[in-house]
Design a protein around this ligand. Structure first.
Ligand SMILES: Cc1cc2nc3c(=O)[nH]c(=O)nc-3n(C[C@H](O)[C@H](O)[C@H](O)COP(=O)(O)O)c2cc1C
Length: 350
């Protein structure tokens, strides 16, 4: 079982609330988190990319440290942690991505994967003149498949001549090739996203909502061919008592940054790709902590004492058979420490 951290390289991490002190991301903070994660035996860290935040009273995600440069620095000061920087496909040519990943793989001695993000929020890209138009919502995983074909050619052979709907490459060179395998990661949730994962991803991230966990459990009993490892995304609130942890979670929802949430929902509403995260985002107001409330960016919360949280995570691992978890916290450094020192030793699936 592998455990990882969803790095808070965008302002305020993964909570949209006035109940916590807002912060802008800094390298020193990310470094402290990465070092603590390594110390507590976590396996991987994934930074996201957001080109335009959602504002509101807390300036949610208005600042975002760029993941490739961030990981360049973090991989140089760590020894064991694997890093999974996120590429926004519309913003980077695949030959550039291939070269940066080969460089990071070299710097880190093979501790690099790639999180592939198609883009679901047109405002981030249209501000740069990069949004292809309305049709891209539905075509995004088709584009992602083409992008992967170029990346794989470049990594395998150092060259690509692909001519397709999206690319016209003419003896495109990209050396060095990575000396280590590059695990591909995706968080596709819609039917098109899941199909993409099955074809191209080594790891898929899912939100640990009750309905998703039920689906994973059911799928386990079928002969459906799944070609990727499954990792569950959850937010942890671990306190001395169950009551205190729940109270903190409830307070975050009560003091939600409603303006930032409303901006996020307006963007999600435009997404025509059905059955994915955008649809869940639109319906996330009023959801419980477990179901993925908008104040937690729809990430479900496992809350309670260390014993309770260990039990909850064990129960999920046992019934779904997933390969690992990735977590966010209110305070990452102390959250990771508590997870490593108090939750992990109580877990039987670890
Ligand atoms: C762990 C995780 C990391 C993600 N990172 C990003 C990101 O950095 N940038 C982004 O625009 N979307 C990000 N997403 C959104 C996904 O790439 C994906 O678009 C979303 O889960 C919706 O799935 P769908 O496209 O199948 O609807 C992330 C989602 C998850 C669960």
């Amino acid at each position: 079982m592998k455990f990882g951290v969803f790095l808070p390289n965008g302002s305020n991490g993964y909570v949209l609330t006035e109940a916590l002190k807002p912060y802008v991301p800094s390298y020193e903070h990310q470094k402290a988190i990465a070092l603590e994660a390594e110390k507590q035996g976590l396996s991987f860290a994934l930074p996201m990319i957001k080109f335009k935040g959602f504002g509101g009273a807390t300036g949610y995600w208005d600042h975002c440290l760029e993941p490739f440069t961030l990981i360049g620095a973090l991989s140089a000061v760590t020894q064991t942690l694997q890093f999974i920087p996120t590429v926004a496909l519309l913003a980077l040519h695949p030959a550039y991505t291939a070269r940066m990943i080969a460089t990071l793989s070299n710097i880190s001695n093979g501790r690099i994967g790639l999180n592939v993000v198609t883009g679901w929020n047109s405002a981030e890209y249209s501000q740069m003149g990069l949004w292809p138009g309305k049709g891209f919502y539905d075509a995004r995983y088709d584009y992602a498949a083409e992008y992967m074909a170029v990346l794989k050619d470049l990594w395998r052979t150092g060259r690509c001549n692909r001519k397709s709907k999206y690319w016209d490459l003419d003896d495109c060179h990209c050396l060095p090739q990575p000396e280590h395998p590059i695990p591909i990661v995706s968080a596709g949730q819609s039917p098109a996203g899941i199909e993409f994962c099955n074809e191209y991803a080594d790891q898929r991230f899912v939100f640990g909502h009750p309905d998703v966990l039920d689906e994973l459990e059911q799928q386990r009993g079928t002969s459906a061919q799944i070609n990727y490892g499954t990792y569950v995304l959850m937010h942890l609130i671990v306190e001395e008592t169950d009551k205190k942890a729940k109270r903190i979670g409830d307070e975050i929802i009560k003091k939600a940054d409603t303006a930032a949430i409303s901006n996020m929902m307006s963007s999600a509403q435009l997404d025509t790709n059905r059955g994915g995260t955008s649809e869940k985002t639109v319906l996330s107001l009023g959801k419980s902590l477990e179901e993925g409330n908008s104040a937690f960016n729809i990430i479900p919360v496992a809350h309670g004492s260390a014993k309770t949280v260990a039990m909850k995570l064990d129960e999920i691992a046992e019934r779904t058979g997933v390969d690992g978890f990735m977590f966010s916290w209110n305070d990452f450094e102390s959250g990771i420490r508590t997870f490593g020192q108090e939750v992990l030793p109580r877990m039987s699936c670890s």
